[in-house]
Design a protein around this ligand. Structure first.
Ligand SMILES: *[C@@H]1O[C@H](CO)[C@@H](O)[C@H](O)[C@H]1NC(C)=O
Ligand SMILES: *[C@@H]1O[C@H](CO)[C@@H](O)[C@H](O)[C@H]1NC(C)=O
Ligand SMILES: *[C@@H]1O[C@H](CO)[C@@H](O)[C@H](O)[C@H]1NC(C)=O
Ligand SMILES: *[C@@H]1O[C@H](CO)[C@@H](O)[C@H](O)[C@H]1NC(C)=O
Ligand SMILES: *[C@@H]1O[C@H](CO)[C@@H](O)[C@H](O)[C@H]1NC(C)=O
Ligand SMILES: *[C@@H]1O[C@H](CO)[C@@H](O)[C@H](O)[C@H]1NC(C)=O
Ligand SMILES: *[C@@H]1O[C@H](CO)[C@@H](O)[C@H](O)[C@H]1NC(C)=O
Ligand SMILES: *[C@@H]1O[C@H](CO)[C@@H](O)[C@H](O)[C@H]1NC(C)=O
Ligand SMILES: *[C@@H]1O[C@H](CO)[C@@H](O)[C@H](O)[C@H]1NC(C)=O
Ligand SMILES: *[C@@H]1O[C@H](CO)[C@@H](O)[C@H](O)[C@H]1NC(C)=O
Ligand SMILES: *[C@@H]1O[C@H](CO)[C@@H](O)[C@H](O)[C@H]1NC(C)=O
Length: 864
């Protein structure tokens, strides 16, 4: 009846259609209370698209607190609420005036209002997207609910960088809870009390497209995206199957959930994190979470702890109590630090935030780590990585502990406790523990033992399971929650870290070290010999991202490419298992003091390497640019069969490192000039490096070595002294010498003198001409690798080097000679013209220090 009176007296364009109100706009003055619209369950605005959304004064769960909400009608999802932290009673009112919206309780006390507006309100409008907008008289927006998101975004809404979603306390209590989804300039991060527990970029289902600064997050009909450049560039994307409508919500339990709707049926299509144990409070404070295969996580208490109550709101230490963060500032608890102790959490423990946080101390021992925590009252626990000496402090609050399914890390967790705490120290966590009957204390040592036995058994079973997975070649020994969503076809064999430790005798025999880490020799149980590369120069990286690349590398099979046998991705460890090459790398054979490589062998190596590169560039589904072709990465097998190693690894670099990668990958002496200019890196970059390797095969020495050219002078009548490439000190930049000799047709002078003439001028000419074509400064003038193979095989005619694109070698040669002289004078062992060239990813040998293909673009353009 009241509804009827109200509507007729104000004469809105609202109309009754079988008891429903159909209007998407109202004008001031307007007042609404729950009772006025009780027939519509408090709803007084409906969006035009058949009422997909409504605005209502609503009490979720039928309780006594009322909120002004925008609701997705079909699913009953509250997509926005005005007075989330200040609910009103059933008699409270919403007022729309020319000054905006205000919400007051029945006694007239103001609970919420819109901020001051720049002009008078003409209308309140609910859009078809679900956006509640205050409009001025020109239909200009004065205020929009989309700009003040609560825990949800919908299609059409943008969550800008710096903004966040905040969870509700529970489904019915919309007060701001403890979980946040924050948009940073590079990611979307879930946090609990400042501790991160999930990142979009690290989720298995998300892909990082670009390194731009994020401007906002949005969902549309085909997925969730982090956008840059005003929406024209995607930074991170997660594709979802097309759907007309979807809602993304940070729910009260800390899950970020996306649901799609076709008609009225909603379907959950995404949840992050997928592993239930990564939810901060899944088992309460210090509760121990074990990821179960099917029924979700199970909770217990770590040894030495017991449950606060049967409802598992967490665990407290037995026989001691937990400090409050910064308790010492509270009255009456001036605790002396000798009362503090650390309760160890047993083995194989992890904490959700550790993957996302930085250690507070590096390379320290455990006592230093504990001292740090003792001296900082906000520190409540530490995790200590025994292998690296990294010390992680957990501050301000503690969540659940994760029982790590893989014993990959030497992580030791310690909870700070107060021993013999004075009874006047109020302890919020353990207040209920006093109710524990004495009998429990008597039984504790026994139950502790029992718990250990049970946990031990569980651990043993888990090990068996994960071993079986390995035998089956399954894709995962991750936390079991990931198992289903994590299968990547083509993934090579997955090894357990322990297996590789056994195989390599604890990484005893190091056989090399490359840009990505050290390589160790190992023997697998089937007696096959392998080379195990322990990757150290990668950041913390999503396992799926890693495995996707591994699947690509592992699926590449070519006789001239080193085969990837398998890999290991456990925790922070990344290892690659390759077939072992019994004759080592080309640099050792070619530049070493062993038996000299015969010409035919050199030619076979050149041809094999060219075929391997041609396959990487054109033979695979996905073009792979090696980026670091050099003798160290060309491995030799029986009969000097060449096999290229380290291909595909450049994609494993983390985004932070990939900017480094674009300037720094590759090795001085083999780097093409375009690395230094802004031109694109392409497969022609590998062609350049291959040309440099060819020249080294011809001469038997490093292009950049400072060895004098005396042998060449012995072989020639005129002597190298006339050559523009030689300085007075007899230092020669070999690529320039090759150009000079090519112009003069004196190829024999370029051949390795150790061959003592067991090669013809025609044979040398072939390699030198191919090499010079490969090192053209202009990438498009370099042949592709398929043509290089053709020229070497003789099936296509030899190319003619173009001197105009080789003149840069003269400049390199001059700098090379100058630097060599300075080096001699100063006795410097590593002269670098360009100190910003951080060489961390390259392998240098003493002979390759002075090398000037690594030069800035201005310096290159100088002499032209
Ligand atoms: C709205 O209410 C205010 C007082 O609250 C009054 O001054 C104003 O005239 C009213 N406007 C309309 C359009 O009724
Ligand atoms: C509204 O519903 C009718 C019938 O159910 C349908 O034909 C129409 O397309 C709908 N309109 C919108 C905007 O959803
Ligand atoms: C504002 O929008 C409404 C509905 O779309 C329209 O009827 C009205 O003419 C518009 N007013 C102005 C000033 O554009
Ligand atoms: C809702 O949660 C807040 C914060 O935890 C609490 O203060 C308030 O009492 C709760 N309200 C209800 C009705 O439970
Ligand atoms: C969603 O956004 C992405 C990224 O801009 C775009 O490629 C895609 O076409 C959009 N989907 C729809 C249905 O508009
Ligand atoms: C961003 O794009 C919108 C349309 O998508 C356009 O109206 C706006 O002017 C653009 N802003 C900038 C700064 O380019
Ligand atoms: C545990 O929770 C249930 C409902 O979830 C409640 O009925 C029960 O009283 C609780 N028990 C304790 C000991 O808190
Ligand atoms: C600490 O004690 C002083 C007086 O003893 C009191 O005024 C103050 O409010 C107390 N502070 C706290 C945080 O309890
Ligand atoms: C701390 O307590 C120990 C004994 O519990 C005592 O010997 C020591 O003097 C105390 N230190 C301080 C600073 O109160
Ligand atoms: C830990 O390191 C500190 C400082 O480096 C040293 O003083 C202390 O003796 C070490 N403690 C142990 C147990 O090794
Ligand atoms: C930590 O590492 C050291 C050697 O680095 C070893 O002796 C010690 O047993 C390890 N501690 C634990 C608890 O694993």
């Amino acid at each position: 009846m009241r509804t009827f009176l109200f509507c007729t007296s104000f004469l809105f364009y609202a109309a009754f259609v079988s008891g429903s109100l159909f209007s998407e706009s109202i004008s001031p003055n307007f007042t609404a209370s729950y009772y006025q619209f009780i027939d519509n369950k408090g709803a007084f605005l409906l969006s035009r698209n058949n009422g997909t959304f409504e605005v209502a004064i609503f009490n979720p769960g039928g309780q006594t607190n009322f909120y002004l909400c925008v609701i997705h009608v079909a699913s009953g999802t509250i997509i926005w609420s005005a007075n989330a932290d200040a609910p009103i009673s059933s008699s409270g009112k919403m007022d729309l005036t020319v000054h905006g919206i205000s919400i007051a309780d029945e006694d007239g006390s103001l609970k919420w209002s819109t901020p001051p507006l720049r002009s008078p309100v003409h209308a309140l409008h609910l859009t078809e997207m679900g956006n509640l907008v205050l409009l001025d008289q020109f239909n200009g927006s004065l205020w929009e609910s989309f700009h003040f998101p609560t825990d949800t975004i919908v299609i059409g809404q943008r969550l800008p960088e710096g903004a966040m979603l905040s969870s509700a306390v529970s489904t019915n209590n919309l007060s701001t809870g403890d979980y946040r989804l924050a948009i940073t300039d590079s990611d979307a991060i879930l946090q609990w009390k400042g501790q991160a527990y999930w990142k979009l970029s690290m989720d298995d289902r998300a892909y990082t497209n670009a390194n731009y600064v994020v401007e906002y997050m949005a969902i549309n009909r085909t997925g969730l995206f982090l956008f840059s450049h005003n929406g024209s560039a995607v930074v991170i994307q997660m594709s979802l199957s097309p759907s007309d409508f979807r809602i993304a919500q940070l729910d009260a339990s800390g899950h970020f959930i996306i649901r799609r709707f076709s008609g009225s049926d909603g379907e959950q299509e995404f949840v992050g994190p997928i592993n239930g144990c990564q939810i901060p409070l899944v088992c309460g404070r210090i509760g121990l979470c074990v990821a179960a295969q099917s029924n979700g996580p199970t909770c217990s208490c770590p040894q030495g702890f017991h449950e606060v109550s049967q409802n598992s709101s967490g665990c407290v230490p037995s026989g001691s109590s937990l400090p409050l963060a910064c308790y010492s500032t509270k009255n009456g608890s001036q605790l002396n630090s000798s009362a503090l102790s650390y309760s160890m959490l047993g083995f194989g423990m992890d904490y959700f935030a550790i993957d996302f946080s930085e250690p507070v101390r590096y390379g320290v021992n455990l006592s230093v780590c504990q001292e740090f925590c003792t001296s900082d009252c906000s520190c409540l626990a530490i995790f200590y990585d025994n292998s690296s000496g990294s010390c992680y402090a957990l501050e301000n609050d503690l969540g659940s502990i994760i029982s790590s399914t893989t014993y990959e890390d030497d992580m030791l967790g310690y909870i700070k406790v107060i021993v013999g705490a004075p009874s006047d120290v109020h302890n919020t966590y353990s207040s209920q523990s006093q109710q524990f009957p004495v009998i429990a204390l008597v039984l504790l040592p026994f139950t502790g033992l029992l718990l250990m036995v049970v946990l031990g058994f569980l651990w043993w079973r888990r090990r068996k399971v994960s071993n079986r997975e390995i035998k089956l070649g399954h894709a995962s020994s991750l936390s079991s929650g990931d198992l289903d969503s994590f299968y990547i076809p083509g993934l090579p064999q997955r090894f357990d870290l322990e297996e590789l430790e056994v195989a390599t005798d604890n990484f005893k025999t190091q056989i090399g070290s490359g840009g990505f880490g050290a390589v160790y020799k190992g023997t697998l149980p089937d007696k096959s010999v392998v080379a195990v590369k322990k990757i150290t120069s990668l950041g913390v990286q999503g396992k799926k991202e890693f495995c996707t690349e591994i699947a690509v590398i592992g699926s590449i099979h070519h006789v001239n490419l080193v085969k990837l046998r398998g890999f290991c991705a456990q925790g922070r460890q990344r290892l690659l298992v390759y077939e072992y090459m019994n004759r080592g790398s080309l640099d050792k054979t070619l530049f070493g003091s062993g038996p000299v490589l015969e010409w035919q062998e050199r030619f076979e190596i050149a041809l094999g390497t060219a075929r391997g590169l041609a396959y990487l560039h054109t033979g695979c589904e996905q073009k792979i640019i090696h980026c670091d072709v050099k003798p160290e990465n060309i491995l030799l097998h029986d009969q000097f069969q060449a096999k290229i190693s380290d291909f595909g690894l450049s994609k494993l670099l983390s985004p932070e490192q990939s900017s480094l990668f674009t300037t720094m990958r590759g090795t001085r002496g083999y780097l093409a000039p375009e690395w230094l200019t802004n031109s694109a890196i392409s497969e022609k970059t590998d062609v350049y490096s291959f040309g440099m390797v060819l020249l080294e095969l011809v001469s038997g020495r490093k292009n950049c070595s400072t060895r004098t050219q005396s042998h060449s002078m012995d072989n020639s009548n005129s002597g190298g002294g006339q050559s523009t490439s030689s300085s007075g000190s007899g230092v020669v930049y070999f690529p320039l010498l090759a150009l000079d000799m090519h112009e003069q047709g004196r190829y024999m002078e370029l051949a390795d003198p150790r061959l003592e003439g067991r090669v013809t001028s025609e044979e040398v000419e072939k390699l030198v001409r191919v090499a010079l074509c490969c090192v053209h400064e202009e990438p498009s003038w370099r042949p592709n690798m398929v043509n290089v193979v053709g020229m070497l095989e003789g099936s296509i005619p030899l190319g003619q080097p173009r001197v105009e694109s080789l003149n840069f070698l003269r400049f390199y040669g001059r700098r090379f000679a100058e630097a060599s002289m300075i080096k001699e004078e100063n006795g410097q062992s590593d002269f670098m013209l360009f100190p910003q060239a951080n060489d961390s990813t390259t392998t240098t040998t003493s002979e390759s220090h002075v090398c000037f293909s690594y030069i800035s673009s201005q310096q290159i353009s100088g002499p032209r």
